[in-house]
Structures are given as C-alpha cells and as structure tokens.
Design a protein around this ligand. Structure first.
Ligand code: ADE
Length: 279
C-alpha cells in the first residue's frame, strides 16, 4: 500500500514503539469471544493530543487466560509487528501491554466475517448463474447490492494476495476459512488471526473449537501436519465457500468425523451447480 495511513496516527509503520495509552482507547461492545481473549469494537484517539477518533477492533486477553493463551497472544502480536502492511491483511494499530489486561488494537473491519458477508449478499436463486467468468456475459444479475460473479472472484483474489504476503514472511495461516477472513467497510478481504505453525498442536488444546476439519487437507487430517500446501487446500475450500455464498462445506455430512473419513477415502466437494467447469 502507498500513501499515509490515517489509522497509524502519529506513528510511522516501522516504528519501534507500539504502546498506546490505555486512556486513549474506549471499549464499546464485544464482537467475539475465544478461549483466552475477547474481541471488542472500540474507539481510539488517533493520537494523545488530538480529538480525532478512529474505530478499531481490540483483542483483549481474558483475566483467566492460561499461560499458554497469553503466549499465543504475544506470539500474534509479534507477528503483526513484524508484518509489513498489505491491503488484504489486517493491520496492527498498536498495543497495550504495560498493565493487564493486555490489548491489541487492529484495524476495524466493518462488514465482519467473509462468511457473514457472503450470506448477507447472496442473490436469489434465479440470479445465480456463473457461466463463464472470462466473458463479459456473466449471467448473474446484480440487483440491490448482491454479489456478482466478478465480485466473487475479486474476493477470492484478495485472499490470495493476502496469503502470498504472509508467505513472504514464512507464515502458515493454518485456520483459513471464510469465517477467519474479515471484510472492510470498502468490501476488501482482510486476513486476521494468525500465529506460529509450531503452535498448532499445542494450540488445539487451548482453543475452544478444535481442528478446522472441514478445511483440512488429507495429509493434515492424517498426520495433523500443516504446511503452506495445506493452506492452499484450505484456500480451495474457501473458494467453494465464496462460490456458494457462505454455505458450510460438506453441509450434507453432519459430523466432522464423517467428513474426515470421507475426505480420506477420496470424497471431494461437488462443483457448484452454477459454476463453470473451467472455474
Ligand atoms: N472480529 C474480529 N476481529 C475483527 C475486526 N478486526 N474487525 C471487525 N470485527 C472483528
């Protein structure tokens, strides 16, 4: 990205000092809760001397978070500090670690998760017909803010560009899905919530929801190994979610255990009816 980023306030991107005074941040309401942290919608002063306020999302460590949870929090913070900004990766604005509870301030994605966004903008059945995305004549009408075929592919491309950026920093996403991607006010996909690959096994013990079975590659299902290649698999499932407007993958298979068995026996997500073979 180029240009000056308003949300960075008085600080440059490569700054060493990320601490934000606690009094400059006002927590508004809880957006999500995990096993060791909560995410809040919040308002923050752009800098201490100014009256300008910006909206942010705040990840706050819970009072009763385990040692391991705290470790994950700090790990994510360090990852975010070292990442260069990218339009498809959620941006760190600052942190508060001088006292407990620790907090991470990141850019606020107004539209929430990509999964919800897709569901909200799902067109009526008659309108869905992604015949050939390379031609002008895409048979998918867009009335009242609904997503058309081109827009769906743009969303998929934005996620890829975010992933390529993470790959430059040798990061594995591990938990990629339409519900782990956020969408900004302008409709741009933003990857968020990543840690270190070596934490994956340990992490499972501490996170409420266990492994993301429906997004896992066969080799990950078999050996619980995650690599950049299993991220590519998860990306394939994510594209299926995009083309199906936020539908749950393998929705007709009830339990995750059955999904695991079936994928290991060679079963694959079917081609969406309105999607060309080429796509
Ligand atoms: N939920 C989790 N993180 C968020 C963010 N950065 N913006 C909006 N909603 C969120």
């Amino acid at each position: 990205p180029t240009g000056v980023d308003e949300t960075q306030g008085q600080y440059g991107r490569m700054r060493q000092y990320w601490e934000i005074p606690r009094k400059d941040v006002r927590l508004m309401d809880v957006l999500a809760t995990g096993s060791y942290c909560e995410v809040w919608r919040a308002k923050m002063k752009k800098n201490s001397d100014s009256k300008d306020i910006t909206k942010v999302a705040v990840k706050k460590v819970l009072d009763d978070a385990s040692e391991q949870g705290r470790k994950f929090f700090l790990a994510e913070m360090e990852v975010l500090k070292m990442l260069k900004t990218h339009p498809s990766v959620i941006k760190l604005i600052g942190c508060y670690t001088l006292n407990e509870p620790w907090m991470l301030m990141v850019e606020y994605a107004k539209e929430g998760t990509l999964q919800k966004y897709l569901q909200k903008h799902r067109p009526g059945e008659q309108e869905v017909q992604i015949n050939n995305v390379n031609e002008q004549s895409v048979h998918m009408k867009t009335t009242n803010n609904k997503l058309d075929a081109h827009r769906l592919l743009v969303l998929a491309a934005q996620v890829v560009s975010g992933l390529l950026h993470l790959q430059k920093f040798k990061l594995i996403y591990y938990r990629l899905s339409a519900s782990s991607v956020l969408v900004s006010k302008c409709g741009i996909c933003k990857l968020s919530g990543f840690g270190f690959p070596q934490d994956v096994t340990e992490r499972n013990l501490y996170e409420k929801d266990s492994y993301p079975i429906r997004w896992m590659a066969p080799e990950s299902l078999k050996d619980r190994v995650f690599t950049v290649k299993s991220d590519v698999w998860a990306y394939g499932i994510l594209v299926w979610e995009i083309l199906n407007f936020g539908m749950k993958p393998y929705h007709d298979i009830e339990s995750n255990d059955s999904v695991q068995d079936q994928v290991l026996s060679g079963y694959r997500l079917p081609q969406p009816t309105h999607c060309s073979t080429e796509l």
